[in-house]
Design a protein around this ligand. Structure first.
Ligand SMILES: [Zn+2]
Length: 504
């Protein structure tokens, strides 16, 4: 029995430093011919770790079978479930993991121990022999069995491609001249800077569809405003634009308690856009309306309609970015609106700077005109928008930000916050899956199904040493190193498994 000088009884596996023990103890146990050496530290591996170790001396019956082991250790850690009376153990190891070194302590201080270890990454059996003073020997065996797989370290990144954050640009209401100008600018930027900007058009549905509001909505081709719909369809075919719903009329309906009005403004408006353009239209954009001092613009009813019918909704000007992974309020996605004048521009540029650190910045703007004269107006001019875009472009060029359509960003962030990665390595491959968490669900009564979550999330995967030229789906992956570990990025959608193999 060993006690520290504060009287605490030490158990198997304990380590003490600055040891001072009674010389009689050393005389009994530690003298090895060269005299007594005072160890700097003492590892207690001899005493049998009894559950209720009282510090009392070993009893007679405990000393009866001296050839028993007192404890087994695998690379210095106690073997779970060890009992002196059990001789055979099986330990499962992951594929590729070397068999640990076995050490053992005898139950009795008078017994001696020898260990025959196994090494390497294949199965094997370590043998531990305990010899009592009487010469009686007892042999214990620890069989190491390897699994066919191993756990791979992998984690989701907050933005596609490992970018630091996300920027989503939103054009409110739907002004054809503005979006045509954007298309011209974005085409030029793509050629000049090699990056693609992207804007979601939050369209007021009655700009493309008019139907008797007294009737429940059923798609009627005669109600489509064909010329407008064709113009928007053509723009939406461009890679730069995507579509969201900005209500039916943009009228002051946020405080109503009329289910009929909510249905038309929120539910039917989205369906009109889907029916006309054949796009999913999974996101909503709150009309700002005119502010009523002291009153919220939206009541519980209108917000519950939005929550049940859309994956996400861009809220009003907030001055903030959404921290990805912090439990985003998808019915109130924070956003920052454009206002003419330097202060308005500076505020939007500040959101870009903030998004780099794990944020989802949403910037919205209305009509863009050639030249602005009035300040503090929601209309901005070409120069304003060009400064915004040219400020953003370097962030996209070096991969610090991902410019994502609002709908795709909403899916990405939703998946990031509601799923987990499973990465398993085998002899010849690594399989990476993205799985929805068990408690992941849309709000009660949601019209959406989790099947809409088809957005790939970027996962950082740590590579084993042997995988020097990783390939995924026939494409070579580029590796990068951090703190001595090599990684690759793979994009994985919810429910999907991608396989990384070693290229030839
Ligand atoms: Zn609007």
């Amino acid at each position: 029995m060993v006690a520290a000088h504060d009287g605490k009884v030490l158990l198997c596996g304990d380590t003490v430093r600055g040891v001072s023990l009674a010389v009689s103890y050393f005389t009994e146990h530690f003298v090895s011919g060269e005299g007594i050496a005072m160890p700097e530290k003492l590892e207690v591996i001899c005493a049998y770790d009894r559950a209720a170790n009282t510090g009392a001396p070993l009893r007679e019956e405990e000393l009866a079978e001296e050839e028993r082991a007192g404890a087994l250790y695998l690379d210095g850690r106690k073997l779970e479930g060890f009992s002196p009376d059990t001789d055979r153990y099986t330990v499962e190891l992951e594929y590729g993991v070397p068999c640990p070194e076995v050490t053992a302590g005898a139950y009795s201080p008078r017994a001696s121990v020898t260990v025959e270890n196994v090494t390497g990454t294949t199965d094997g059996v370590a043998r531990i022999s305990v010899t009592a003073a009487s010469g009686a020997v007892r042999t214990y065996e620890v069989a190491f069995r390897h699994l066919d797989h191993y756990t791979v370290s992998a984690k989701m990144e907050k933005a596609r491609g490992g970018a630091g954050g996300i920027i989503s640009l939103v054009h409110d209401d739907g002004d054809l001249a503005t979006v045509r100008w954007l298309q011209e600018r974005f085409t030029a930027y793509s050629e000049e800077y090699g990056v693609d900007l992207s804007v979601m058009i939050a369209l007021i549905a009655n700009r493309v569809y008019r139907q008797d509001p007294a009737q429940p909505y059923v798609f009627d081709p005669d109600c489509v405003i064909q010329e407008q719909a064709d113009a928007w369809r053509e723009l939406l075919e461009s890679p730069y634009f995507s579509l969201g719903c900005h209500s039916y009329t943009h009228g002051n309906w946020g405080q109503t308690d009329s289910d009929g009005l909510m249905t038309r403004e929120i539910v039917s408006a989205g369906q009109m856009l889907r029916d006309i353009f054949g796009l999913p239209v999974l996101t909503f954009v709150y009309p700002g309306f005119a502010e009523v001092p002291g009153e919220e613009r939206y009541n519980e009813l209108s917000m519950s309609y939005i929550a049940r019918n859309y994956l996400a909704a861009r809220f009003l000007t907030s001055g903030k970015v959404n921290p990805i992974g912090a439990g985003t309020d998808f019915v109130r996605v924070l956003a920052h609106g454009a206002y003419s004048g330097q202060a308005g521009l500076d505020a939007q540029l500040a959101r870009i700077d903030e998004a780099v650190n794990g944020g989802w910045g949403v910037l919205f703007f209305h009509t863009v005109i050639p030249e602005q004269t009035a300040v503090q107006n929601i209309t901005v001019d070409y120069a304003y928008m060009e400064q915004l875009f040219l400020y953003l472009i370097p962030y996209l060029q070096d991969g610090r930000l991902w410019c994502a359509p609002f709908e795709e960003a909403a899916k990405y962030v939703w998946e990031y916050e509601h799923s987990h990665v499973q990465a398993v390595g085998y002899a010849d491959r690594i399989e990476v899956s993205l799985l929805l968490n068990e408690d992941a669900a849309f709000p009660e009564g949601s019209a959406l199904d989790t099947a809409v979550l088809d957005c790939s999330v970027t996962v950082r995967v740590a590579l084993p040493d042997g995988m020097t030229e990783p390939v995924c789906g026939g494409t070579a992956l580029s590796c990068f190193s951090e703190e001595g570990v090599r990684y690759v990025y793979v994009d994985v959608a919810v429910g999907q498994t991608v396989t990384i193999t070693q290229g030839v």
